[in-house]
Design a protein around this ligand. Structure first.
Ligand code: HEC
Length: 105
């Protein structure tokens, strides 16, 4: 009986590790995707190492992007340009960028 539980425990642990590794890989894909978008669209203004955004929580970063996106009328030309950069991005794209920025140190 005990042996059986050990087997079940071992299996559960293996399954858990598998899921953990999978989701970490998925997270890295998201960050890689976010980096590409960031380098193409954002780094030109915010630099490659945006001190104010690095390591910030993902949800907060997305909320700030949404806030800038929603400024009407845009307060200046730079913000208008950023809005143009944000326009084609999906919610997932913005989240990917946020995951990338969150991982920067
Ligand atoms: C044309 C220049 C420009 C581009 C391109 C641009 N931004 Fe911005 N961004 C600004 C300006 C200007 C502000 C508002 C003032 C500030 O915080 O410096 C701003 C503000 C922000 C903020 C809010 C910062 C805060 O602390 O409130 C975030 C987040 C942000 N941008 C992310 C992005 C992302 C992600 C991209 C790429 C999709 C992007 N920006 C592209 C110029 C730009």
């Amino acid at each position: 009986m005990l042996k059986k539980w050990k087997q079940i425990g071992g299996f559960a642990m293996a399954a858990f590790l598998f899921v953990a590794v999978q989701s970490q890989a998925a997270q890295e894909d998201r960050a890689a995707q976010g980096q590409k978008l960031y380098d193409d669209l954002c780094a030109i203004c915010h630099t490659e190492k945006p001190a104010k955004m690095m390591g910030q929580p993902v949800d907060g970063l997305v909320a700030k992007m949404e806030k800038v996106k929603g400024l009407t009328p845009p307060p200046n030309d730079k913000v208008a340009e950023m809005q143009e950069a944000l326009k084609p991005l999906s919610g997932q794209d913005m989240k990917d960028i946020a995951v990338y920025l969150n991982g920067l140190k």
